[in-house]
Write a protein that binds this ligand. Structure first.
Ligand SMILES: NC(=O)c1ccc[n+]([C@@H]2O[C@H](COP(=O)([O-])OP(=O)(O)OC[C@H]3O[C@@H](n4cnc5c(N)ncnc54)[C@H](OP(=O)(O)O)[C@@H]3O)[C@@H](O)[C@H]2O)c1
Length: 241
């Protein structure tokens, strides 16, 4: 799967990694880049089509899907991260609404187009899907859930020819990590590594120096082997309508 000649949709496209994904996609010769944003968004490149898209709004998701004729790659990138200590249920709910159900809702809406194109879904999850940083535990829970959903979708959609990638992103220099004084990758390098990972057919993409240190051990882990074992079980069953 290369981006050249393809239609790509990025959610949360107005800033941070999403904005870098739009720019990187444009460098790779796409047919069209749909830039989903809940903010007013414009881009000088005529291959960019802005879409009003709050991923928590079923109406906006439906309207966006109606504006897209064909789609090859959906990148669920929109996300929210707030500091918390798990004492406030509403904070957990907010993370789940955006990071889990937002990704779910957008994916379901665009699945018919992706099935038709035998395309790909790319979910920008986080290293925190594998281990929580307890300064943002609600965020980590939502990303663990989104990663788990990604693994199931990968198995469930394989028979339809739709590839499903998880991006286990580490610290990247965006508004989201402004409060952390730690080494961070640039959004541009992360965007580049995400598309390279899709090109190379990597199920799980580790797009920055910190996440890369985990790549080999994750790919050789008991948990990854179990994912493949369970996926083979699903793929051996007759499709359920
Ligand atoms: N930065 C990191 O270190 C890091 C590490 C691991 C994973 N990630 C993941 O990478 C993705 C992008 O993060 P980032 O670092 O680029 O963060 P960011 O700069 O804070 O950007 C977040 C993006 O998500 C959008 N968004 C938030 N809620 C939304 C909603 N309800 N509907 C639509 N869009 C919404 C924001 O739009 P508004 O401008 O409207 O708020 C913004 O475009 C997120 O999923 C994040 O969890 C980031």
């Amino acid at each position: 799967m290369t981006i050249a000649g393809k239609a790509v949709l990025v959610t949360g496209a107005n800033r941070g990694i999403g904005r870098a994904l739009v720019e990187e996609a444009l460098r790779r010769g796409p047919k069209r880049v749909y830039a989903g944003s809940r903010q007013p968004f414009s881009h000088p490149d005529e291959r960019v089509t802005p879409l009003t898209l709050d991923v928590t709004s079923p109406a906006q998701i439906q309207a966006a899907a109606g504006q897209v004729e064909s789609l090859d790659i959906l990148i669920n990138n929109a996300g929210v991260a707030l500091y918390d200590d798990l004492s406030d249920r509403s904070v957990l709910q907010k993370h789940l609404d955006v990071n889990l159900f937002g990704t779910y809702g957008v994916t379901q809406a665009f699945l018919p187009l992706l099935t038709r194109s035998r395309g790909a879904i790319v979910n920008n999850v986080s290293m925190m899907a594998l281990a929580p940083f307890p300064v943002t535990p609600a965020y980590a829970i939502s990303k663990a859930a989104a990663f788990n959903m990604t693994q199931s979708l990968r198995a469930l959609l394989a028979g339809r020819g739709v590839r499903v990638h998880a991006v286990l992103t580490g610290p990247t220099d965006t508004d989201m990590t402004r409060g952390f004084d730690i080494p961070k990758a640039s959004p541009q390098s992360v965007a580049q590594a995400i598309f390279d990972g899709v090109d190379h057919g990597e199920e799980d993409i580790f797009p920055d120096p910190m996440s890369q240190t985990m790549a080999d051990s994750w790919r050789g882990s008991v948990a990854k082997a179990l994912e493949h074992e369970y996926a083979a079980f699903v793929q051996a069953q007759p499709a359920v309508a």
